[in-house]
Write a protein that binds this ligand. Sequence first.
Ligand SMILES: *Cc1c(COP(=O)(O)O)cnc(C)c1O
Length: 354
Amino acid sequence: MEVKVTRVSEPGTRPKDEDLGFGTVFTDHMFVMDYEKDKGWVNARIEPFGDFSMSPASMVLHYGQAVFEGLKAYKTEDGKIQLYRARDNFARMNRSSQGLCIPEIDIDFVMDALKKLLKIEEAWIPETPGTSLYIRPTIVATDPFLGVRASYTYKFFIILSPVGSYYAQGLQPVKIWVCEDHVRAVRGGVGEFKTPGNYAASLLAGEKAKKEGYNQVLWLDGIELKYIEEVGAMNIFFLINDELITPMLNGSILPGITRFSVIELAKKWGIKVSERRISIDEVIAAADNGTLQEMFGSGTAAVVSPVGELRYKDRVIHIGDGTPGETCMKFYNAVTDIQYGKAEDTQGWIEVVE
Ligand SMILES: *Cc1c(COP(=O)(O)O)cnc(C)c1O
């Protein structure tokens, strides 16, 4: 399939790097293709970024049949565009699609289309350290139909957004609230898929956490409210007694690509790393006996995000001295050095866009 390119007549201008936030500014073009029953994915095109026209009866608007991804393109000091584990994102998108009865995409085709789009939008990729071009691939169900079934038609699109440095002020430890009133996902549900409903389901708890002065929610398992799952849009790690622990993938946790990167690097560095069940009681006990050394989240947006305070019921636990832990920083530096081309990509994680 050819990718038809229609360019804007007047390219827009990228805001100054220091004015960039997250997810508010979009580039001139987007990639779009449609899925039709019996034909598969057709009509691949790069066209000016703009509104879609769709029926108010479109199935995605009623039943939420959709999946998405989040990844970034980075500009190196010598002007190259680099993608980080992008194929892993599209492979995960296909797994999410399977879970939501959405047809899969051809990863090689979509990678080529993304690279073509990135070449066209090269001027939109910010260059200041820490900034990047956020990439949001999405698939939505488009049948105009109010019955409940899997749609026969879909739209796949990739939009791009230049984003500022998550840590313009340096790595700030965040405050996390352990949620006991709500759960994010349950075993056998859709928690391991990047599908919009999971995020809608997390909003109320997020609002409650904010009211209590906390940045994010730490979710416990949906059955016993005992075992730790993850944080909002990040996976979670604990360093206890020199063992790096992250909850094992159990079907309700999103399999983060940054999570895999942290685990791979930890193994390479000889850190003892365990993917296992970890209860909130074990974390509290470790805090009490002084063996809880570090706690941090992992995700594409921040890479790693140190946790400085954890609240569970009436307990408030402080972790570290208000600065990011040594291990957390080591992961941050190693991953970002690879992403920005400052360190050799020994893991085979980088694809240069040429
Ligand atoms: C996207 C996401 C993550 C992190 O995944 P990365 O691939 O590392 O960005 C973790 N948890 C949830 C719920 C997510 O949506």
